[in-house]
Design a protein. Structure first.
Length: 321
């Protein structure tokens, strides 16, 4: 890489159910917050160190830690505080987190390198749906979309949306919910781009592949002009996957950028998109070779990292003379 260029990473990682240790139940039938059997201090700390090690491996490969990290499946802010104390973060990272109304108690969050980034504004964008097949007063809640307006070295304003859309299950009953959430976010993105002329990053677990309808629609405004670019479409077509469902490889985890990052007069430019599928965080089982080494298989504890690989984009900025 040229010496007159600064390299930066933006990374997203679904860390698979990062819950604090469950208190010991008074009765073996008591439900736990995590929903897992024997989710204790030892397993929790093992998972924290595993996640931190993923970032150490990214730094080893790229020579730098991400300046912006979007996370999914975080239970609470204490998890994040425990994480950023560890190497390689060493308390150099700030935290943005809001408790959501999600039924499983998992949230989105953002970590940022305090040496490079300051937070100008943030909010949790909540979505509540009616359960039409049950009582009308019974509401269906999901993960918030986390919005952060960031200042990069007092040079660039970057608007970041971190999302974890409703899952694919039961013949994809949640597809309309994902469509509604993405339409709402797209309206906010359009206003940000048109009024403020600021850059946008949308990162998260979309629970759809890059070539599926809802994700493709996100890229265009109402006038059918393309306002966002998804470099993960090409990775998906090249059979690069971040997670798996039975035999199917999926690229649900994506980072989508506004056109600013591809314009020659914009300070920080897109260079490359990656799925971090290192063998060191992959399954040891030959049957599942090339898949993430997950923490759980159903209710069975495996002690791995996550059922998703992280994804990231490499950005470049010319150094000041």
């Amino acid at each position: 890489m040229a010496e007159n260029v600064n390299k930066e990473l933006v990374l997203f990682y679904n860390v698979e159910n990062l819950f604090s240790p469950d208190p010991k139940p008074n009765h073996k039938l008591d439900p736990t917050a995590s929903g897992f059997r024997n989710w204790d201090e030892r397993k929790y700390k093992n998972k924290l160190h595993k996640i931190a090690n993923v970032f150490r491996l990214v730094e080893e490969k790229e020579g730098i830690l991400p300046m912006i990290i979007g996370l999914a499946e975080i239970n609470n802010e204490e998890n994040l505080k425990d994480l950023v104390e560890l190497e390689p973060f060493n308390n150099n990272y700030g935290i943005v987190h809001y408790d959501s109304l999600d039924e499983r108690g998992v949230d989105t969050a953002l970590l940022y390198d305090k040496r490079k980034i300051s937070v100008l504004d943030s909010e949790a964008i909540s979505f509540v749906f009616e359960k039409h097949h049950e009582n009308s007063d019974n509401l269906d809640t999901t993960r918030d979309v986390l919005y952060c307006r960031l200042n990069y070295y007092n040079k660039e304003i970057i608007n970041v949306f971190v999302l974890h859309l409703p899952s694919k299950r039961e013949k994809d009953i949640n597809k309309p919910k994902r469509a509604f959430i993405l339409d709402s976010i797209r309206e906010k993105i359009e206003k940000t781009i048109e009024k403020n002329r600021e850059s946008v990053i949308v990162c998260g677990d979309f629970n759809e592949n890059p070539d599926e309808e809802n994700v493709m629609k996100l890229l265009y405004n109402d006038e059918k002009n393309k306002i966002l670019k998804n470099q993960f479409l090409e990775l998906f077509q090249s059979k690069k996957y971040s997670t798996f469902h039975y035999k199917d490889g999926l690229l649900f985890d994506q980072i989508i950028l506004s056109n600013h990052f591809f314009e020659p007069n914009f300070g920080i430019h897109f260079k490359q998109a990656e799925v971090f599928n290192s063998e060191k965080i992959s399954s040891w089982d030959k049957k599942f070779k090339g898949r993430p080494f997950r923490t759980f298989a159903g209710s069975r504890y495996l002690g791995g990292y996550s059922d998703h690989y992280p994804v990231y984009v490499i950005l470049e900025q010319k150094k000041d003379n």
